[in-house]
Ligand binder design. Structure first.
Ligand code: FES
Ligand code: FES
Length: 158
């Protein structure tokens, strides 16, 4: 006889350096839990199928699309959202380079750029292009986003 899944489970998460416990359904996505249970609304729902990157967060040092990841998968891992990057140079570089227009895609792009700089401290232009291809901006400010990454690489401060 098939066993039924538990309605709710308690999952320990470490988000932006803070230990949290959340009571969730096994099928809840990380994006849903961040926004609805933890009040972290920086990661945005866009396509909800892994294409646009608006929901990007970092798990340990790897960037993931939180709309297609279950919250239970990250139990015990370090999750960083845009709220956890408030003093990161890449945030300031986005402002200095006007690397956004409406801003909806911006948290996802910043998370992706932060992961890029962690994994490739001196990326070539081709690597930057390839890395940014996983996120979509409908306002088309890709050149300014690339300029923001370059300015952080060069150690420029606003
Ligand atoms: S909302 Fe997650 S990739 Fe688009
Ligand atoms: S700034 Fe508007 S979607 Fe990217």
């Amino acid at each position: 006889m098939a066993q039924s899944l538990p309605q709710k489970i308690t999952v320990p998460l470490e988000v932006n350096g803070e230990a949290r416990q959340v009571e969730i359904r096994p099928a809840d996505t990380l994006l849903y839990v961040l926004r609805s249970h933890l009040g972290l609304t920086g990661a945005k729902p866009g396509c909800l199928n892994g294409d646009c990157g608006a929901c990007s967060v970092m798990v340990n040092d790897t960037v993931y699309k939180s709309c297609i990841m279950l919250a239970v998968e990250v139990a015990g891992s370090k999750v960083t959202t845009i709220e956890g990057l408030k003093d990161a140079p890449i945030q300031e570089a986005f402002i200095k380079n006007f690397a956004f227009q409406c801003g909806y895609c911006t948290p996802g792009f910043i998370m992706n750029c932060q992961a890029l700089l962690k994994n490739h401290p001196h990326p070539t232009y081709e690597v930057i292009k390839e890395w940014l291809a996983s996120n979509i901006c409908r306002c088309t400010c890709y050149e300014e986003i690339e300029a923001a990454v370059m300015s952080v690489m060069k150690g420029e401060r606003p």
